[in-house]
Design a protein around this ligand. Sequence first.
Ligand SMILES: Cc1ncc(COP(=O)(O)O)c(C=O)c1O
Length: 371
Amino acid sequence: MEKTENSFIDPPNPRKDIEGLKPYSAPLEGRRNLLRLDFNENTVGASPLVIKTLREISKNEISIYPEYLGLKEKVVETLIKQNSSVNINSSEVGIFNGVDAAINAIFHAYGDSNDLMLTTSPTFGYYTPCAQMRGMKINSIPYEGKDFQYPFTKICEFIGQNNPKILLICNPNNPTGTRLNPERIIEISKFSSKTLVVIDELYEAFTGDSVLPFVNFQKTPNLVVLRSLSKTAGLAGLRIGFAIGNSKVINIINRVTGPYDVNSFAVAAAFAALTDQSYIDSYVNEVLKARNWLKNVFEKHHIRHHIDGGNYFLLWPKSHPKQVEQKLKLSGILIRNMDEKENLKGSIRVSIGTMEQMKRFWSAFKVIDKV
Ligand SMILES: Cc1ncc(COP(=O)(O)O)c(C=O)c1O
């Protein structure tokens, strides 16, 4: 029976899998005027060509539903230009509202209740909630040793014994920076053709370890590669990413997305960003220069660090990570406290930007942690 006018009525119940789900912790508000070294974004902004293109978008473009014509071809052309061994065609590319949306769609399309998702820990935080949303079981194998080696043997054994439905490999891994040789990934994908092996290559530009030059998706149809324009091209706020894999797999993943999930601004910006590849390359080079400089500084001061992979590093300060995080924020610098992440006790994660920005970080950190 309906309650009286003044009593509160409970809203309808969500699905059981959603009821216990913890919301994914996304960046907080109020980051705009600070040096943002907390979410591995591009720290200098998108290319001038991207900005010009966005400024020129007409009223008409905004009132019409987005068009994607030619974008997949542009992605293929760019990937082949970067490495002539890449052998893909446009039917093997899917366009998504950021790689987050691609990950969610992959789980939606392939993850059934009680299926197994295999991954490593610690790793990017969005894989687990996506698996939980589908009611999947999750198995995370820890990185090995003090330098966070990929647990290759254990992963292969687990696949052999349990046939997981989805294996997520973040290469290089966020947050440990662990690198995995692409040829080993191909080996892993051969262990079980029933396992969809998803390679999250968000930070590949900073290592050059892509699996794409080594794969033929017709022969290895259980492999999917994820790429985004968030981190290198500086389009995180526009949301655009790609899934690259066997055309049947891409077709399946696209079935669970809306027809216009990627907006016209993101499409226009993506065309411009891919056209101005030299801007991305020079930003990546600047980050790599800063990464080398930091590595030397940490070695010189005997500070425990891990800086092998992407545009970020782990650092173990003498003081509590929470205090370091708070004090750096007072100096206008945002970083991430990793103290509560599995195997990362006592650490912080810091994104790498330009040399100038890293020098600013180091000057502030030195004083805070009494180096
Ligand atoms: C490893 C990894 N994968 C995926 C994403 C999400 O990327 P996008 O901005 O394209 O959704 C992130 C963002 O931090 C990430 O670190």
